[in-house]
Structures are given as structure tokens and as C-alpha cells.
Design a protein around this ligand. Structure first.
Ligand SMILES: Cc1cc2nc3c(=O)[nH]c(=O)nc-3n(C[C@H](O)[C@H](O)[C@H](O)COP(=O)(O)O)c2cc1C
Length: 306
């Protein structure tokens, strides 16, 4: 099957396939260049970038659960300036679209990171991680208040010449108000889901298994939860939805398309096999063949509900 069958475009960005490496699980991309041909990936979402470097949370930062993984890395990253100086020049050698994942603890933080990246080449889009507390607003999470979410997007949107993807948190009662607020404020696409906040306990020490206390749950355990949220969000908005959460193979990915996704990301799967985003894309080709459809567009949003 020619690769072009999986070729698609997302917010005007040409993707050779719609399977991207998810933020925080694929470093800055270049670390994986010896293991997988980066030019075969649909796209790479970088580790979250902040205004200043962050050293992250105390160990242990990862814990395996039944069919999932907990993490609390604490958004460790080199900071946007070191990313631009040291990582981006290496990434520019590849033709794969690079999406910069951005976070901050105030709207000004996000603005500064976007402005720094606007002066550079080699970035295809921004993905705003809004699962962070706004310290200026007393620690309220951007992802827990549609108005705060909208005010963040409204500040960033006019500054960004590149598409703005807003990555929603699943830790809300209803996803629709957040999806609608993001679209209305100018988001070009949504990605969901980020991790589910959880707690793993060691009964012997009576302490959390994760150094920072709570952690984010990802992997196969969250796939049905993520599918439901992708379904609901994609019904609520007209902009494309990028689905993720527990995708380990091509069939998992196809389920997200049926739920309403226009592209997908692979995160925890990369911990099982660092080539996971590439392998999932290969398997997705076979799924398209088996289902005897012309393209993935025929799958997107095709869920028949009772
Ligand atoms: C170790 C680790 C680090 C992550 N770091 C980030 C991050 O920096 N920014 C972000 O938006 N999401 C981050 N995530 C969330 C993932 O991108 C993804 O949304 C989540 O893990 C669900 O997908 P999965 O089940 O395929 O892993 C991280 C996840 C893991 C496991």
C-alpha cells in the first residue's frame, strides 16, 4: 500500500501519516534518531517547554500499574531557549513536522515561550498543555475553568502564526464546555487526553509510590476513558481532534478515528518499544486494508451509537 493512503493534513500541516509521538514520551525527538527513522513518523510532539529550565520532581517518577503507568516527572525540561539553541537545529535536519508542546504557570509564561518560538524556523505547530495550575490565579488549573482556558488561548492566538493545538485534561466532569471554549477562543485543533490524576500506594511504607505523591495515569488502562472523551469532544466542535490515551497498536489507533479523531498520538507505547509511533502507523495501514476503506477519513467519526 503506498504511504500516501495514510497521508493526511492537519490544520494545513502535511503529515505522511496521522500517528504522532506524544509529548513527554519521546524526549525532543533526536534522542530516538538512532532507534527509529524520524523521517518515517507522522510528527513529533516535543517534551513540554517552559520559559526557564525545570529540574523536575523527586524520584520515583514512574510506577507501573495493572495495564497502565503512573508518572510525575514534574515537567522537567531544558527550557525554551536551550531547546531553540541545542535541539531545534538537529531537528531541522528531518522533514517530520515538529510540534512544540508548551506550558507555564501564568498566561505570561505561555506568551513568552510562544514568542521565543515565533522567531525560529523548524516548528510546524504549537500544542498548549493546559494541565498546569495558574499560580497568578491562586493555583487554579487552566484546564479546570473554561473561562480561564479561553483567556489563555485568546492571549496566545494572535501572537502565533502557526496552528494552535490545545491539549485538554481528562480530569473534568464534562469535556464539552472545555472543547467549545477552546474552539471559540481560536484553537485550531484539540488533543486529548492528557493523563488521569491517580494515586499508587505502598502499604509497607504507607507512602505514595510516586515521589511527588499523585501521578498521571496513562497507557492501556485509560483507553476506554480517552475514547469516550474524544467522542464527546469531537461531537461538540468543528475543529479536528487528535486522540490519544493507551494506543499500543494499529487497531487501538483505528478506534480513536471511529470515535472522531483526525490524527492520533502514541505516548506510553513508546516505553514498551521506542519505535511504537512508527509501528502503530504501519499497523494502521494494514487495518485500513483489512477494513477495505479508501482512507482514514472514512473512519473518522463513524461510530454508530445505539
Ligand atoms: C513520562 C510522561 C511524560 C509526559 N510529559 C508530558 C508533557 O511534558 N506534556 C504533555 O502535554 N503531556 C505529557 N505527558 C502526557 C502524554 O503526552 C499523553 O497525553 C498521556 O500519557 C496519554 O497517552 P498514552 O496513554 O499514550 O501515554 C506525559 C506522559 C508520560 C507518560
Amino acid at each position: 500500500m503506498p504511504e500516501s493512503l495514510l497521508e493526511t493534513s492537519l490544520c494545513g500541516i502535511r503529515l505522511r501519516n496521522p500517528v504522532l509521538a506524544a509529548s513527554g514520551t519521546f524526549g525532543y525527538g533526536i534522542e530516538f534518531a538512532k532507534i527509529v527513522d524520524l523521517n518515517k513518523l507522522g510528527g513529533i510532539v516535543t517534551k513540554g517547554l517552559s520559559r526557564e529550565p525545570i529540574t523536575g520532581n523527586p524520584a520515583p517518577r514512574l510506577w507501573n500499574t495493572d495495564s497502565g503507568m503512573m508518572n510525575s516527572i514534574g515537567l522537567q525540561n531544558v527550557g525554551v531557549r536551550a531547546f531553540i539553541a541545542d535541539k531545534l537545529p538537529l531537528l531541522r535536519q528531518y522533514s517530520t513536522p515538529i510540534i512544540a508542546n508548551i506550558f507555564g504557570s501564568s498566561i505570561d509564561d505561555y506568551v513568552e515561550v510562544v514568542q521565543a518560538l515565533e522567531d525560529t524556523t523548524g516548528i510546524a505547530a504549537y500544542e498548549l498543555n493546559v494541565s498546569c495550575p495558574n499560580t497568578k490565579e491562586g493555583g487554579i488549573f487552566f484546564s479546570s475553568d473554561p473561562l480561564l482556558l479561553a483567556s489563555l488561548i485568546k492571549r496566545v492566538r494572535p501572537l502565533a502564526r502557526r496552528p494552535l493545538i490545545v491539549k485538554l485534561s481528562p480530569n473534568v466532569a464534562r469535556i464539552q464546555p472545555f472543547a467549545e471554549a477552546a474552539e471559540e477562543a481560536g484553537a485550531d485543533a484539540l488533543s486529548l487526553v492528557n493523563t488521569f490524576i491517580g494515586l499508587a500506594i505502598d502499604i509497607h511504607t504507607r507512602r505514595p509510590r510516586i515521589g511527588a505523591g499523585f501521578g498521571g495515569l496513562s497507557g492501556p488502562a485509560i483507553k476506554p476513558l480517552a475514547l469516550r472523551l474524544v467522542y464527546e469532544a469531537s461531537r461538540a466542535v468543528k475543529i479536528p481532534v487528535i486522540g490519544l490515551g493507551g494506543i499500543m497498536n494499529g487497531e487501538d489507533a483505528a478506534e480513536f478515528f471511529v470515535a472522531g479523531a483526525s490524527a492520533v498520538q502514541v505516548g506510553t507505547g513508546t516505553f514498551v518499544d521506542p519505535r511504537a509511533p512508527y509501528l502503530v502507523a504501519k499497523q494502521l495501514e494494514h487495518v485500513v486494508k483489512r477494513l477495505n476503506i479508501r482512507s482514514l477519513r472514512d473512519l473518522t467519526g463513524s461510530l454508530e451509537t445505539p
